[in-house]
Design a protein. Structure first.
Length: 728
């Protein structure tokens, strides 16, 4: 083993998951930079490093130093100190400020920051506020470095060390030592697998009860992320046992132990007269059990009360609203209107072009004429904005309607403080998951009516549950299906083909009659790599040139999966290179974020009021403040560098994440490579996201597979059964 010293010049590659790093080192007395490879958690350009390892040679990459161990040493030269401070390591110091500080203090710079930070006032542009920020950041960085040294041997990347410090502060090492499994629950991005690796490195018994219990909770959280509200115990035992590599008996004991602690709820699901079996128990995480049971009760109670307005003649009401809106209602729309003025809970469903927006406007006008206070809402900001534009009335996201407050710790509208409304109309209801629908129903006053409007044939919510489908299938609520496609809608091949796909028929690819420009295309390409190339050309050149759509703001790639040539990750990287080339960025995980990048929020952040699926553009990156600012439809939101794992590039997104949004143009790859995810409702949902142009790229065989697959992946939910029981 050899030892080398040098200043880290730059990091050329870093895998956040495996911690494998490729970097360039400037060694004293050597003209060329040295390539170093290995696990280098937490290093920054400008750092002086002592590296131990061995020299290797690669035909492809040449001579490299394979690092076995390393430690950071204080930079010894003025240039090294300037580069070290200017690397963005210390919040409050960027390249310009670093140059000014080093110009004043020279080789004593680090000693001044460490012991006499008040002397920084001698530097131009540094006042008391900036001094306090630098001193605090320097102290934090020292502690984070200690945490990094402790964690790097246990498989935790540098990016997570800062998050761990932010959560636990000076107690970080002690907390991780006592129970590393807490990381999986407390730190976004650290899963059970990483926490388990740390625990095993520390000598925790792989057959310990604590490990088994944490593994069960992890497994339940994983299936919740797949859309399940509960999971059958027999399947949970198998799944957790496989992940933990332990026998089912230990997992079963862990289930009972967690139930006794109240960390999960076990419920018998067998029907009267059946012989009970262990597999007929359902395992719930407590919040989902509470939400599902309370939602069923809340909906049944809401249904049973009297309608909040005087009886009206439905035919006269329909004639009045037709005259007012200067339009003609279809028979199904007239029926929907008649039901809306009688029933406390109404579901209106139907595909694109069937007049769901029209019926919302008609119901609003009738309700307002009856003197009812009407509130409008939708699950996402974009859906609420569309609802507001279509109706001319104020519409809010459900979170805003229920006055979510991060500071107060939750929704401020609930059963004790219900909404000031006599009727609540909610659009895009298929997107609403069990937890959110529970909070919504809880806040609807007992006397008010609730109208849920949505397309039940779309993909179910990103969050757990299948709420709209369960409400309809329970048979206990009034449901009207709009199925007549209006004449103007039939002129759009997007609408026509969406309905054909929903019925399992192949899209009509003939040119539109009357010489109208086509708005729907299928570009055949069986090879995934070539398909990816065609998608890039479509987004960067062909669509903007032929249709005038902006390549970033108006074109959205929607893909069924995350991996592969036409998966989210690869397409994002290639589209970023093509549509936003050059410029310095901030690297986090697999992504590098740059100014003007299109990004998406991937977790609900109630403090910032941005939610899973929100799309924005990066407007600035401040290396001194270590902040990235993102514009979400006119609202500016700041992210600390340590929070960037909440964002992903969004040139390409999953079809699931597109729900509730519409885009002028969408491009959808449909490949046999995505075999496991090819479902009719997935293709249908993707097509219905396009307003003016839809282009499918892929193989007809893959599309045929999707059209035949009309069995959506099962979601374990008992809402339907609970509704049936509560309405008896």
């Amino acid at each position: 083993m050899e030892t080398i010293y040098g200043i880290l010049e730059r990091i050329t590659y870093c895998n956040e998951e495996t911690r494998f790093t490729v970097a360039k080192l400037k060694q004293k007395g050597k003209q060329d930079l040295t390539t170093v490879v290995g696990s280098l958690a937490g290093v920054s350009p400008g750092e002086s490093l002592k590296l131990q390892g061995r020299w290797t040679y690669s035909k492809k990459f040449g001579e490299q130093f394979l690092v076995e161990r390393y430690e950071s040493v204080a930079p010894a030269t003025v240039n090294g100190i300037e580069k070290y401070l200017g690397s963005g390591l210390i919040k409050g110091i960027g390249p310009v400020t670093a140059r000014r500080i080093v110009r004043v203090f020279g080789p004593d710079t680090l000693d001044v920051i460490e012991n006499n930070p008040q002397d920084l006032s001698r530097v131009e542009g540094i006042g008391p506020k900036r001094i306090a920020m630098i001193a605090r950041a320097w102290a934090e960085q020292k502690e984070i470095k200690e945490i990094m040294v402790f964690l790097q041997g246990h498989g935790v990347s540098a990016g997570y060390s800062a998050k761990i410090y932010k959560k636990y502060g000076s107690a970080s090492i002690e907390t991780v030592r006592s129970n590393p499994y807490r990381l999986a629950a407390d730190i976004h991005g650290i899963g059970f697998i990483t926490a388990d690796r740390i625990a095993r490195n520390m000598g925790f018994d792989p057959r310990s009860e604590m490990r088994a219990r944490e593994g069960v909770i992890y497994t339940l959280n994983e299936v919740v992320n797949e859309g399940h509200v509960y999971y059958p115990c027999d399947l949970l035992v198998k799944k957790a046992g496989k992940i933990l590599e332990v026998d089912g008996e230990l997992v079963s004991r862990a289930l009972d132990g967690l139930s006794g602690e109240g960390r999960l709820i076990l419920e018998d699901t067998w029907l009267p007269g059946e012989e009970s079996r262990p597999g007929q128990r359902a395992a719930y995480l407590p919040p989902f059990y509470t939400a599902e049971t309370a939602l069923a009760l809340g909906l049944s109670l809401l249904k049973k009360g009297p309608f909040p307005a005087r009886p009206v003649d439905a035919q006269k009401a329909a004639a009045w609203v037709e005259q007012r809106l200067k339009m003609r209602l279809a028979d199904a729309q007239r029926e929907a209107l008649a039901l809306a003025v009688k029933h406390k809970v109404l579901v209106v469903t139907g595909g694109p072009g069937t007049g769901k927006t029209t019926i919302i406007k008609a119901i609003i006008n009738i309700f307002e004429a009856l003197g009812l206070r009407v509130r409008l809402a939708a699950p996402t900001g974009r859906a609420a904005k569309r609802m507001q534009e279509a109706t001319g009335r104020e519409a809010a996201t459900i979170h805003r309607l229920l006055e979510f407050s991060y500071q107060a710790g939750g929704f401020q509208r609930d059963r004790e403080r219900p909404l000031e409304a006599d009727a609540v109309i909610v659009d895009e209801a298929s997107m609403i998951d069990t937890i959110l629908m529970h909070h919504l129903v809880k806040a609807v006053p007992a006397h008010a009516s609730l109208v849920l409007v949505g397309d039940v044939n779309q993909l179910p919510s990103v969050g757990p549950g299948n709420v709209l489908r369960d409400i309809i299938d329970s048979g206990g609520f009034t449901v009207i299906t709009l199925n007549q496609i209006f004449r103007q809608a039939t002129e759009s091949m997007i609408v026509v083909n969406a309905h054909r796909v929903n019925q399992g028929q192949f899209p009509d690819l003939r040119p539109p009659p009357g010489g109208r420009p086509a708005d729907f295309y299928f570009i055949e390409e069986d090879d995934p790599e070539k398909a990816a190339g065609k998608i890039l050309t479509l987004c960067s050149d062909r669509i903007p040139r032929h249709f005038g759509f902006h390549p970033v703001d108006e074109i959205q790639v929607l893909t069924p999966m995350h991996r592969g040539d036409v998966g989210v990750a690869n397409l994002n990287a290639r589209l970023q290179d093509l549509l936003n080339p050059g410029g310095q960025g901030v690297s986090r995980g697999y992504s590098t974020f740059k100014v003007n990048d299109k990004v998406m929020q991937v977790v609900n952040n109630y403090e910032k009021e941005v939610y899973n699926g929100d799309i924005g553009r990066i407007t600035s990156i401040d290396r001194e403040e270590q902040e990235v600012r993102v514009d979400f439809d006119g609202r500016k939101v700041s992210y600390d560098f340590s929070e960037l794992d909440e964002l992903v590039l969004a040139y390409a997104i999953s079809v699931h994440k597109s729900q509730g949004s519409e885009y002028p143009a969408v491009v959808i790859p449909v490949m046999t490579q995505h075999y496991m995810l090819l479902q009719r409702n997935l293709v249908y949902t993707g097509i219905t996201r396009g307003k003016r142009l839809v282009i499918l790229v892929g193989s007809k065989k893959a599309l045929a597979i999707a059209l035949r697959n009309d069995r959506p992946r099962k979601r374990y939910t008992r809402l339907k059964e609970r509704l049936m029981e509560s309405l008896l």
